[in-house]
Design a protein around this ligand. Structure first.
Ligand code: FES
Length: 104
């Protein structure tokens, strides 16, 4: 299990334990995180699982994949340099403690 934090615009956060191997869109859905919808089920076709990785926690999630990169350009709230589709982030020890900023 790893610990994941979802952080809302007002600074409030939701902390959850996530089993390794589970993608962080599915983890968000399981934890009723607002504004994460995962409409395409994780096939990189909707961008409704957009998050911004808060690298101030010391954890980097890496660069988006090519197709993910194209989808991120369509994110309604606007992408940032650390934007990722959370369906493409898989819980692993390297991501333990990761902080993901989400919109409302
Ligand atoms: S769930 Fe659709 S792009 Fe991530």
């Amino acid at each position: 299990m790893i610990t994941v934090y979802w952080v809302y615009p007002d600074g409030s956060e939701h902390k959850a334990s996530v089993e390794e191997g589970v993608n962080l869109m599915e983890a968000a859905m399981a934890n009723d995180i607002e504004s994460i919808y995962g409409e395409c089920g994780g096939s990189m076709a909707c961008a409704t699982c957009h998050v911004e990785v808060d690298e101030s926690c010391g954890i980097k999630a890496g660069e988006p994949f090519a197709m993910e990169n194209e989808m991120l350009d369509m994110v309604e709230s606007g992408r940032t340099p650390t934007s990722r589709l959370s369906c493409q982030l898989v819980a692993s020890p390297e991501l333990d403690g990761i902080r993901l900023k989400v919109a409302w």
